[in-house]
Design a protein around this ligand. Structure first.
Ligand SMILES: Nc1ncnc2c1ncn2[C@@H]1O[C@H](COP(=O)(O)OP(=O)(O)O)[C@@H](O)[C@H]1O
Ligand SMILES: [Mg+2]
Length: 489
């Protein structure tokens, strides 16, 4: 059996390794932009192979798959899906784990996803306005004083979102200036080069609460959820600094996180199912691949969608895949034959923590983070109880060089999140940049202190959304207009 994995990140290493554990002993092949050493190793050790190429080019991917005569293709990242890789692979008669373009739009266009939520009345929807030009967005910003999340209308690789609280009337004018400035930046910088959607900028009501990711397998008929994971987006300790693609993630034993109840887990699954239904009805295609909700527990709705993923999260995928006991090839075959309903997902009962290591300069000055020789003692990491996932690292003339994003991740598992975090922490010294350039990571991820902070926030919002539910105003926005009284939106 042969499988082609598309992509070159830590997520794709995890996918490749999980496929390689199958009793069917597949030979793993990969198409990568940069030669991720972890993926290269899986390809070589399974008797497969790899090619340097463009994972976002449907023809290149499908040609390679055809040449190899693979049994199926597994697409790791979102951009190949947005470019129609799954469509082209299937057109050639090869099975593909990965949503077709019209379905992946649920991630690609944040505006489309929001419209779907309103059209199909999916719980957890937020008020939003999408604009095709910056002038209209600024006119709106100037008219209303409200707290907003200002976003590129398209998935822009985890860049460009700014959340602006506008709570004090006396600061409103200043806040409008900040909002307008960011709106210009979104359109000029973050949306530059993206011509595949018409909307440019999205203004969304701001909500607050702890965030978590729910990742699911889907065959177009059945949605199979996996354990919740929490990613930590901010670059520095205590959730400070710029937003990143994720600096590390945690998952508890069992299905849920310590700050999310089973009822909230089930509600989240229902939301994802409703969205799969909605996007399938719109596109007329079956969703065959991975779908995930990046969610927030809010006082307005309880479980609320922030954005959708048409793939595993990175690093969230690396928390759950090492624990998967069900044969991954069997899961993929069930997705392709739409018999996922018969599969029972089993995970080892462990808490997991991932800590990402990034060269200094990431995320705002990636050019500084790029091009540093990196050294890792994988054997020492293993002895300390951890495991390494390679990230943005290229193989150049047999040595390893950073690519500008998060260079690698330490994974650890244990009976509790804190223990797993301690193991991961002990592995950090075994990664170094050989030219003396700094690497940074977040030591607080998985700590009791951070976990308690999330738990306190969850309790606060839970009390409110449950009260709202009892009063029949879950998800409603209620304003008080002087002289007119209460209005509900
Ligand atoms: N409506 C919102 N209210 C409050 N915070 C938000 C909102 N939308 C996004 N955020 C915050 O911004 C982060 C990034 O937004 P997201 O839509 O996930 O974009 P991306 O991950 O593509 O950059 C979220 O993880 C969340 O912390
Ligand atoms: Mg996000």
């Amino acid at each position: 059996m042969k499988v082609l994995v598309v992509g070159d990140g830590s997520r794709e290493q995890a996918i490749a390794e999980t496929l390689a554990r199958s009793v069917k002993e597949p030979r793993i092949y990969a198409i990568m932009r940069i030669l991720n050493p972890g993926i290269v190793r899986v390809c070589e050790s399974t008797g497969g192979g790899f090619r340097r190429g463009k994972p976002t080019d449907p023809v290149q991917v499908a040609d390679y798959a055809e040449e190899l005569n693979v049994d199926f293709v597994f697409v790791g990242p979102e951009e190949p899906l947005f470019h129609g890789v799954a469509d082209e692979v299937e057109r050639r008669g090869i099975g593909c784990i990965g949503a077709k373009k019209s379905l992946a739009e649920i991630e690609m266009s944040k505006a489309y996803m929001r419209r779907l939520m309103w059209k199909y009345e999916v719980p957890g929807r937020l008020r939003f306005k999408a604009f095709k030009n910056v002038e209209d967005a600024i006119a709106y910003i100037n008219e209303y004083a409200e707290s907003l999340a200002i976003k590129p209308a398209r998935q822009a690789g985890g860049k460009g979102v700014k959340v602006i609280a506008d709570l004090q009337a006396y600061l409103s004018r200043e806040k409008k200036k900040v909002k307008a400035k960011h709106a210009v930046k979104v359109v000029k910088e973050h949306m530059r080069g993206y011509t595949d959607i018409e909307d440019r900028i999205l203004l969304e009501e701001r909500v607050e609460g702890p965030e978590y990711t729910l990742q699911c397998f889907c065959d177009g008929k059945t949605v199979l959820p996996t354990p919740l994971v929490q990613d930590n987006k901010h670059a520095f300790e205590d959730d400070l600094g710029p937003e990143t693609g994720g600096m590390g993630s945690i998952a508890g034993k069992g299905l849920t996180l310590p700050f999310i109840t089973m009822d909230e887990y089930n509600r989240s699954v229902e939301i994802v199912k409703k969205l799969v239904d909605a996007v399938q009805r719109e596109s007329g295609e079956y969703y065959k691949g991975v779908i995930a909700g990046q969610m927030m527990l809010t006082d307005k709705w309880g479980p609320t969608i922030i954005e959708m993923y048409s793939r595993f999260g990175q690093p969230e995928g690396e928390n759950i895949l090492p624990l998967l006991e069900t044969d991954m090839v069997e899961i993929c075959e069930a997705i392709l034959s739409q018999s996922l309903a018969k599969v029972k997902l089993k995970f080892r009962e462990k808490a997991t923590v991932i800590k990402c290591l990034a060269p200094r300069g990431y995320p705002d000055h990636r050019e500084l983070a790029k091009g540093h020789p990196i050294w890792v003692d994988e054997e020492a990491i293993r002895k300390a109880g951890g495991k390494l996932f390679w990230g943005s690292v290229d193989t150049v003339d047999g040595s390893y060089v950073t690519g500008g994003s998060r260079a690698c991740e330490i994974y650890a598992e244990a009976d509790t999140i804190e223990e797993a975090a301690e193991i991961a922490e002990r592995c950090i010294p075994y990664v170094k940049l050989l030219d003396g350039w700094g690497l940074f990571y977040r030591s607080d991820i998985g700590s009791r202190r951070l976990l308690e902070k999330r738990m306190r926030l969850a309790e606060m919002v839970r009390e409110i959304y449950l009260y709202r539910e009892k009063k029949g105003i879950l998800g409603k926005t209620i304003d008080w207009i002087p002289g007119r009284g209460k209005i509900e939106v």
